[in-house]
Design a protein around this ligand. Structure first.
Ligand code: MTE
Length: 318
């Protein structure tokens, strides 16, 4: 997942070969859309305008589950992103995600449930009390941020559809729309992006569906209009632009595990004691800070979540 850029070295020497070729394919995919190239590269791009024009979300409650750490700036959070549907560089999502149409948007909640449902996004939001949740966010690549999300517990959504006794896991799927997501016209990942949680992880009060950021609706590069946030896991578990949530019996496939199973496991709990095969996870760089800081087990949420993994060997189940 990590693409390290070292000046004066060809990208192919320092980048996963697949990502290197993916980047070339991506540039071709974007260039193939004449209108897109003309508008996306101009300074007044739709992405920048969309960012300034986000609607305020009303009636937010403050959450006791928020960290008291200082949040990163809106600019940090919306300009340094991973969203492979829009490219491989950290700046690509802000540059290219403006073209994604996030209304109308429907989310299906189905599978092993008594009452499957399909919601228009705005109806789903109305059913839930919105909260501001300020969470630490740790990317597997070694950077971190503090993000003031707006959202509601995933558990509330799952309980409403009445999971059956066969439901053991929850599978999430991102929108598949290559016409608006140029990365989906490349084979850097298998599309659509998919993720999964064990049912007890999904029902945990810290796990939320986020629909906003800094009191406003999400900007596209952060996963508009609705994305998952699981603060004790590496950031890639937090799947963006979700269209389907399915309760399932068996452990579902996940995009990064499918792409590189020896590097990315199903659980992906933040764990400073288990290194990634290609780099240490002991420390992290908080975006905006100069010195690196120690990474905390479960990203600092051990008191709340360590019990979910009692008796499991988290070196093997990484
Ligand atoms: N969801 C989708 N659909 N596509 C992606 O490429 N990237 C993941 C995750 N969710 C990704 C995704 C990764 S690797 C990270 S670190 C986080 O989103 C980044 O979230 P942020 O850009 O809001 O910080």
């Amino acid at each position: 997942m990590l693409i390290k850029r070292v000046p004066d070295m060809p990208a192919s020497e320092i980048t996963d070969e697949r990502l290197y070729w993916g980047r070339r394919q991506f540039l071709r995919a974007v260039a193939g859309t004449a209108v897109g190239t003309a508008t996306l590269w101009s300074p007044a791009s739709p992405a920048v305008e969309a960012l300034e024009a986000q609607a305020s979300l009303q009636g937010l409650e403050k959450s006791g589950l928020s960290t008291t750490e200082e949040p990163n700036s809106f600019d940090d959070i919306t300009s340094y992103n991973n969203f492979y549907e829009f490219g491989l560089d950290k700046e690509d999502p802000r540059r290219y995600a403006g073209r994604l149409k996030t209304r109308p948007w429907t989310i299906k909640v189905d599978g092993e449930v008594g009452k499957p449902a399909e919601y228009a996004l705005d109806d789903l939001i109305k059913l839930n009390q919105l909260e501001e949740r300020i969470y630490r966010f740790r990317c597997v690549e070694g950077w971190s941020m503090v993000i003031p999300w707006v959202g509601f517990p995933l558990a509330a959504v799952l309980k409403r559809v009445e999971p059956t006794s066969r439901a053991k896991y929850v599978a999430f799927t991102t929108l598949l729309r290559p016409s608006e997501m140029p990365g989906q016209r490349t084979d850097v990942l298998e599309w659509p992006y998919v993720e999964g949680l064990r049912l007890d992880e999904a029902m945990h009060p810290l796990t939320i569906l986020a629909v906003g950021l800094y009191g406003k609706t999400l900007v596209n590069q952060n996963g508009a209009p609705i994305r998952l946030v699981v603060p004790w896991k590496y950031g890639f578990k937090s799947i963006k632009s979700i269209v389907r949530i399915s309760l399932v019996e068996k452990q579902p496939p996940t995009s990064w595990n499918r792409s590189a199973p020896q590097e990315y496991g199903f659980y992906s709990n933040v764990n400073p004691d288990v290194d990634h095969p290609r780099w240490s996870q002991a420390r992290e760089r908080r975006i905006g800070e100069f010195f690196r800081r120690k990474t905390l087990p479960f990203n600092g949420y051990a008191d709340q979540v360590a019990g979910l993994y009692a008796g499991m060997d988290l070196r093997k189940l990484y």
